[in-house]
Design a protein around this ligand. Structure first.
Ligand code: FES
Length: 264
């Protein structure tokens, strides 16, 4: 039952395709039926991907109708989150991070490089529909600033020249390595790690015997010798009584023995 009156959504031509409908159904299973509106973010994301990277009015209102909520509730979400685009984007959608660490490391120059190379302003799409770019706030890869996100991938440790080279290669349909463009290992300092250097498995995968540091003599006591004897019913009765120091009390733990010593 709908609790408020609202205009009928204009869902137009948009509808989840067969593949996405399967994804949507899997997502909806995470929520109780009466709380399915909580799935709005992943559903808007799916709609955006199916619609070429942006949400039209039809998409937003289709999702609202699908979740049986007022269209305004879907609009509230779609207009709040910056990762939901409300106008068309290029096939390669470049998001230039401009927050302080990236800005200090040259994000302004990256934005200028986009403008110069693509010949369009922020938020505009190139004539061939291949590229558009915007500026965004921190994308969480500050250690390798400056960086951009292109569709779902991060390109880090950028210079304007390297960004132009990446755009050229994407335009030609060539593969571009993602992540650090200076081959930095993770977020290690330039030139390689300066700590924890003696961990050869970092380079070749899982550690093997002999890779591990020598921690001195190992405990060679057989495993069975270290196991506590299993208490039988009679023993259990004794250990449950306060007087555990009797001759039949069985093995004592270290703290039990210490308690007994102090008693004497
Ligand atoms: S400031 Fe650019 S990723 Fe954080």
């Amino acid at each position: 039952m709908k609790l408020t009156s609202y205009p009928e959504p204009q869902t137009g031509a948009f509808a989840f395709d067969e593949g996405n409908m399967g994804r949507v159904e899997r997502i909806l299973k995470r929520y109780p039926p009466e709380r399915k509106a909580s799935a709005i973010l992943p559903l808007l994301d799916i709609a955006q991907r199916q619609n070429g990277g942006w949400l039209s009015k039809e998409c937003i209102e289709y999702v609202a109708d699908f979740l049986e909520i007022a269209p305004i509730r879907a609009w509230e979400v779609a207009t709040f989150y910056t990762m939901l685009n409300l106008k068309p984007v290029g096939k390669h959608f470049i998001q230039v991070c401009r927050t302080t660490p990236c800005w200090l490391r040259g994000s302004d120059e990256l934005t200028q490089a986009c403008r110069k190379r693509l010949g369009v302003g922020k938020g505009e799409v190139t004539e061939d529909g291949l590229f558009s770019y915007i500026e965004v706030e921190c994308l969480g890869a500050c250690v390798n600033a400056p960086m951009v996100q292109i569709n779902d991938d991060y390109y880090e440790d950028l210079t304007p020249d390297r960004l132009v080279e990446i755009i050229d290669r994407l335009e030609n349909g060539e593969a571009v390595p993602i992540g650090s463009q200076t081959e930095r290992q993770g977020s290690a300092p330039e030139g390689g790690p300066e700590t924890l250097r003696e961990m050869p498995w970092l380079k070749k995968g899982a550690p093997e015997e002999g890779d591990l540091p020598d921690y001195g003599p190992q405990d060679t006591e057989p495993a069975e010798a270290r196991q506590e004897p299993t208490a039988g019913p009679a023993d259990k009765e004794k250990t449950d009584t306060p007087d555990r120091a009797g001759p039949d009390a069985g093995p004592q733990s270290g703290s039990d023995a210490l308690d007994d010593k102090e008693d004497k």
